[in-house]
Design a protein around this ligand. Structure first.
Ligand SMILES: [Zn+2]
Length: 463
């Protein structure tokens, strides 16, 4: 259904959709087209984290404008339109309905067995570092996060271990996947699935795998899947300067991460996924999830990096201690969150372009509303290669160098470092190609690729 995204057999607003189409073709307003964007507008309208779109609704002729126009010209249509709007709002607001009827925002067609067979085949290789999450998302009809999480929970026997109810698990995962904004070029459910797949690879590191308890694995996967849920596609400084209610709620500190965590807790409680566990255990899980998700706040990067470095220098990490395992889970999640530049170039490049597109959209919004354009958000001044070389140099490389030490180093770690250096050199060359004068400003522009980074050994896959 183009309005509520439900598949035809269970579409709850089929009448509403038909009615809208009939009205559209009978009384087309001059500047109104009914397309899937309108469904997007309605979808984001219900989200508390996205008042920006409210501004757009006010300033543009959208489906709501079209319905207002209908209301004003037809008394007979008035009550039906009101009914249809309230019904839509109910459908979008009702987690119960959304849980029972998972939506597939990307594509509406049903998959044939061939697609599902290919997706199943990909899952058999989910531990490989060159796993193509974009392809997997297409093969699963936009359900990569739910499909991947169910598979990994089965692989680890978590459903049996925690006596989880499958219906509640599906409902929870469906809520999480759905609450990612598919309109975001980067912070969407595919990013969450990508981080979860990376987290799985890190949990399988020989240094770690034997030490982890089922609870550690459960927390690691859950935190990865939900770490950016309901991300509005703008950063914290934007929320602060626009006096967004989330910034006030969380007192301008780890605003987005706090929202991701509290949203996750809300969905856990609403789905009842942990309701059969003792209260102190479910409370502990909620707190640990918070500690993991809050660790992804990039402004706390140095704090974590210094502590990690100190542990490695003193060789005092004891993975038999739950607190030390928790710290390593925090670091693993941070690595998984920013691991795009460590992927094979073709995947890495797509992520880079997506994140920059999201930055540029924020910059466009800031320009539109006469706000100061945030760093990295000016499409005219901040090129993708320049953003990526900075991101790799200041954020990714320092973190993965320490992770490399921690794994002593593993085959996967050597693969990641090799690809990281190759990708950095490639972005530097692209940056140089765009701005010849950059050679005077950036000593790393002509940086040669590190020895061994271009060979087969480092570019290889993990077993
Ligand atoms: Zn993230």
């Amino acid at each position: 259904c183009a309005v509520c995204y439900h598949r035809p057999p269970v579409c709850v607003c089929v009448f509403n959709t038909l009615f809208s189409f009939i009205l559209l073709f009978c009384f087309p307003p001059a500047d109104c087209k009914l397309n899937t964007d309108h469904a997007g507008v309605l979808l984001v309208e219900r989200r508390g984290s996205y008042p920006l779109i409210d501004l757009q609704i006010l300033k543009s002729r959208s489906l709501l404008g079209f319905l207002d126009w209908i209301l004003s010209c037809s008394p007979a249509a008035n009550s039906i339109c009101r009914l249809s709007l309230s019904f839509q709002r109910y459908c979008h607001a009702s987690r119960l309905l959304r849980g029972l009827v998972p939506r597939t925002p990307v594509s509406l067609h049903l998959l044939d067995d061939g697609y599902l067979g290919q997706a199943a085949h990909m899952l058999s290789k989910v531990a490989t570092w060159n796993f193509d999450i974009f392809l997997f998302d297409r093969l699963t009809n936009g359900n990569s996060l739910v499909t991947l999480m169910c598979h990994l929970f089965n692989v680890y026997g978590l459903i049996h271990h925690f006596q989880l109810d499958m219906v509640k698990l599906h409902r929870f995962l469906g809520m999480v996947q759905e609450d990612y904004h598919s309109q975001n070029p980067y912070h969407n459910a595919v990013h969450a699935a990508d981080v979860t797949q990376a987290m799985y690879c890190y949990l399988k590191e020989p240094k770690l795998a034997e030490q982890l308890s089922p609870l550690d694995v459960f927390l690691g996967l859950m935190a990865a899947a939900a770490h950016d849920v309901d991300h509005p596609g703008v950063n914290q400084p934007f929320l602060i300067k626009t006096r967004h209610h989330l910034a006030s709620l969380y007192q301008n500190t780890s605003v987005l991460e706090s929202h991701h965590w509290r949203s996750t807790v809300g969905m856990l409680r609403e789905s009842g996924l942990l309701s059969h566990l003792p209260a102190d255990m479910s409370q502990d899980i909620e707190q640990q999830l918070g500690s993991l998700i809050l660790a992804t706040d990039i402004s706390r990067q140095n704090e974590f990096l210094l502590t990690f470095r100190e542990h490695l220098d003193h060789r005092d990490l004891d993975l038999e201690l739950p607190s030390h395992r928790h710290f390593i889970l925090q670091i693993a999640l941070k690595c998984a969150d920013v691991c795009n530049p460590c992927r094979v170039w073709e995947l890495s490049r797509q992520w880079s372009e997506r994140v920059c597109e999201e930055f540029y959209r924020q910059g466009d919004l800031e320009r539109k509303f006469d706000l100061e354009i945030s760093p990295l958000c000016n499409q005219q001044a901040d090129s993708v290669p320049a953003i990526q070389t900075g991101f790799i140099s200041y954020i990714v490389e320092p973190l993965f160098e320490e992770w490399h030490r921690f794994t002593e180093p593993s085959l996967l770690s050597r693969t990641m470092m090799g690809q990281l250096h190759q990708n950095k050199a490639r972005w530097s060359r692209l940056r140089y190609a765009r701005t010849p004068s950059a050679t005077q400003m950036d000593p790393q522009v002509e940086e040669p690729e590190p020895a061994g980074s271009s060979g087969e050994e480092d570019g290889g896959d993990i077993p």
